[in-house]
Design a protein around this ligand. Structure first.
Ligand SMILES: C[S@@+](CC[C@H](N)C(=O)[O-])C[C@H]1O[C@@H](n2cnc3c(N)ncnc32)[C@H](O)[C@@H]1O
Length: 276
């Protein structure tokens, strides 16, 4: 995917998930004197939301993509929050932070596993998590969060179920992969990394009409991400129906329905590093 298109997606989809992520951040109940690492920080949205909720914390944002770091810096400057932040280029496979540096490591949508040429950081999560634990102080926490579900086509459950059952929709977790590598097995990953007091909580973002242009674009992008290339796997009539529902030019464009109500969820997994 082109960098510009990827960044646009991070921004528009980020606006849809914002209420869920803000509630996850709030549920962490952090003290004022807290050093946070946001890895990968993407374009810095979560750093802004952490600082809205906890204005006294210090937060480091790290990401592999220079373009994302540059945008994060711009965004934090515009929000007048840059003084509380540091931004660094980093590969989560080779973290150069000192041992015991952070009270909280926040890793949201950063541990989707798979081939590196698909943009994934690794095939297995274990070495990365060992690195995250190493840089967390004893008594500190590692919080890993993932987009975990969605309902996007209200009134068309059959259609949505058919599309969800395609290999294209399931490509982020190919059925041939080991079940223990599915993101919903994160508690086992955290335990294997030596973390304790594992907590799991899901957060919802309601998706309700009317939508502004950015949110509408974000929702169309999400549909296309999940189902955009599922055509060869479904019947012609299914594809026609789906295409008309997600086409902004069509009379049936589902997001123009003032009664549209969908949802998405994020699930957060938190573990604590044992004090020495
Ligand atoms: C889906 S985005 C999530 C960004 C942010 N956490 C959010 O939820 O908005 C994934 C991010 O991971 C970054 N990334 C991919 N591989 C990485 C690696 N090996 N080390 C650090 N960041 C990486 C990408 O540049 C991208 O910004």
């Amino acid at each position: 995917m082109e960098t510009e298109q990827y960044i646009r997606g991070l921004d528009t989809i980020g606006r849809l998930s914002e209420p869920a992520i803000r509630n996850a951040i709030k549920a962490l109940t952090l003290p004022d004197e807290c050093r946070i690492l946001d890895l990968p920080c993407g374009i810095g949205s979560h750093m802004c939301w952490f600082l809205d909720e906890y204005p006294q914390v210090r937060i480091t944002g790290a990401d592999l993509a220079e373009e994302h770091i540059a945008l994060a810096r711009e965004r934090l400057q515009q929000a007048d929050k840059i003084r509380s932040c540091e931004l660094v280029l980093a590969d989560m496979n080779k973290l150069e932070f000192e041992n015991d540096s952070f009270d909280l490591v926040w890793c949201c949508d950063g541990l989707w596993l798979g081939p590196k040429d698909m943009g994934c950081p690794a095939e297995e999560p274990y070495d990365i998590l060992d690195g995250l634990v190493r840089i967390t102080r004893p008594g500190g926490r590692v919080a890993v969060a993932f987009w975990s579900s969605q309902r996007l086509l209200p009134g068309f459950s059959d259609l949505e179920a058919t599309l969800n059952a395609t290999k294209f929709a399931m490509r982020a977790f190919h059925p041939s992969r080991r079940p223990e590598l599915h993101v919903m097995r994160t508690p086992a990953w955290l335990r294997r990394a030596g973390l304790t007091n594992i907590e799991v909580k899901s957060f919802v973002a309601d998706l309700c009409a009317p939508f502004d242009e950015t949110k509408s674009e974000g929702l169309v992008t999400v549909c296309s991400y999940f189902w955009g290339q599922a055509k060869p796997e479904v019947s012609e009539s299914t594809w026609e129906k789906y295409s008309s529902l997600v086409n902004p030019e069509s009379d049936s464009f589902i997001l123009n329905d003032i009664n549209y109500a969908g949802l998405l969820t994020y699930t957060m997994y938190v573990g604590t590093k044992t004090s020495r």
